[in-house]
Design a protein around this ligand. Sequence first.
Ligand SMILES: [Zn+2]
Length: 282
Amino acid sequence: MYVSVATEPGGSAPNEDWVGGTPSLALVLDGLSTAGLGTGCRHGVPWYVAQLGSQLVAALATGDRPLADGLAEALERVGRLHPECDLQNPGTPSATVAILRERPGHFDHLVLADSPIVLEGADGITVLTDLRVDEVCQDLRAETEQFATGTPEHRASVARLVAAQRKIRNTPEGYWVAAASPDAASHALTGTVAAADVRSAAVMSDGVSRLVTEYQMATWEGLLAQLRTSGPAALIRSIREVEATDPHGQRWPRYKAGDDAAVAFCSFAQGPQDAALPDGSA
Ligand SMILES: [Zn+2]
């Protein structure tokens, strides 16, 4: 498959998203916000996602390995890279994971937390995501929406939400993300689809998917069409233009004026049916 990628930070802070592509893999990681709270790690979230992404590519170099096995090994390897840090800290760097892998005749997919994979097939759109994080701490989440983005009150409410999430992160009562323990890999949602059913695909962080899900300024079909015609960097630029119309989160309440954004667009060698697509953009 052909994979094109782009990622941009949402503001002046270092980018905590990571994206990678190989001829057979598309991967996106979205580092969880620390909201200024301690992590027990001197390296930081951008380091963590870069290491985890690289180790995932290495662990999945063998094309038939279950994706969750590769994720477990990558998590273990990253843990071994910083034994001096307090990996038991509940705020240890953590990230969502989304992986799409092509192998002969099939696509394997894995999602852990809310970075979605969107598949475009002959019968329409399929969105693969893991929204368990949305089911916890709903009262504190609602509280953050009462304050204008960027105000001290808003920052404090986001910190309260993150502190509460940390207490149940990677526990059976809460939700699962990639962090220090390889155990989280067994809680990822995985599956396989036939290659013939997929015309294009995109793997993205929620900083990109929110154009559809939160801002409702595009459909999934429109987002994929924009990726196909203009590419991932232009898509992220268009999201920033939308966000600039609502800098304080009044229309679309959110944690940051602009969230880090990462996207990998996957296209495939054209068959005769693709060449006949009516919009001529494939
Ligand atoms: Zn560390």
